[in-house]
Write a protein that binds this ligand. Sequence first.
Ligand code: ADP
Ligand code: ASP
Ligand code: MG
Length: 438
Amino acid sequence: MSITVAKFGGTSLADANQIRKVQNILKADAKRRYVVPSAPGKRTPSDQKITDLLYLCHTHVQQSVPFDDVFQIIAQRYLEIVRDLGLQMDIRPHLEEVKRNIAAGASADYAASRGEYLNGLILAELLGWDFVDAAEVIFFDEHGIFDSEKTQAVMSERLSKHSHAVIPGFYGALPGGEIKTFSRGGSDITGAIVARGVGADLYENWTDVSGFLMADPRIVPNPKTIQQLTYRELRELSYMGASVLHEESIFPVREAGIPVRIKNTNAPEDPGTLIVRDLEPAPKTGAITGIAGRKDFTVIAIEKALMNIELGFGRKLLSILEVNNISFEHIPSGIDTMSLVIADAQLKGKLDRVLDEIRRELKPDSIEVHPNMALIATVGRGMAYTPGIASKLFTALAKENINVRMINQGSSEINIIVGVETEDFERSVRAIYAAFVD
Ligand code: ADP
Ligand code: ASP
Ligand code: MG
């Protein structure tokens, strides 16, 4: 019988009312046999996420500040959920254990992971399904890198013994058994890993929007839903900020060829978005699939006469980044110019050192730093080899008087990236959307 793995995000599990919807969704289809919950998220826009509160408890302990009040808010949320669901289980000993461990100096990863752990215990009790701790089936190596092979071997063996199971999202274990989390939003990755582990036919990712939208709904009002997209397009869009699905969640399912469907817990009848390996033949329609973007980049623009014939210039420049443990986004270049586009988070506390090293080792004629840049990716398999796309995009931005500071088109031609001033970001996304979609 075919298997569906269903991952539910924080808003889908924020309170008893939402959890009932999850229960109904699972009941409605017998193929849904493995479920991956997030921690309780926001019930209203001004509410707090349990994960954020758990991180806060950890910081308080680090700074020797009492954390009882913060922990009380967390405990209250879980106690309310258990009570409102009418469950007999006693969640208090689990809450006390978590509190004790955080007080005793447990790591930030441990603290944060307990949000999904506790929610998993509750959901397993409600459904009457087995609880499988992610720390026993998801592994990281000694460098903290996800150990795909070991995980796959242990997970598939272990889950074959459970016809139905709840596996909490977001974390796994290091070789010594300590808890390690994925980056924020990482329950999406857990869902994909479980889907591969059980050889699922479908990975359903349930959230609070009816699918992958053509643009961030917080920027473009009522964007259209993307009915289908390919793994490659998804990777480009999610990496560039379409936060509906974690950018790394694509790898396990792509490897196994498992399609992903994004669905809305609050509107389960909506078809959502299907993500697949290929859509053949790739239509050369000139249509775009979606737009995504991220803020907070800095450009370091370097100019030097005859740079083009100076052998090793690029290598030396990139090795300065490597030595400083900085990864870059793009390197647009001209005959005598080379620019580095780097996320601010990467440069934090390192900019002056990097500039000094560039001056010393490469002796450029000029070096300029432009902060406050945003990158916008316009993505679509239908864009490849289609004339007129770039002109449409740049005309749309020019009409809005937006100055384009960088242009980059990937060699696959499914992606055009432009860099604009941060203050022009939202306006740019809306202008591109209007030009291609409306
Ligand atoms: P969950 O807690 O269910 O994992 P997330 O908050 O991580 O949910 O992701 C869903 C949110 O992603 C949406 O509520 C929406 O605000 C945001 N989002 C950003 N870009 C997009 C997009 N292109 N399509 C859909 N949602 C998007
Ligand atoms: N609860 C975690 C977070 O807030 C993981 C997730 O929701 O996917 O980042
Ligand atoms: Mg998410």
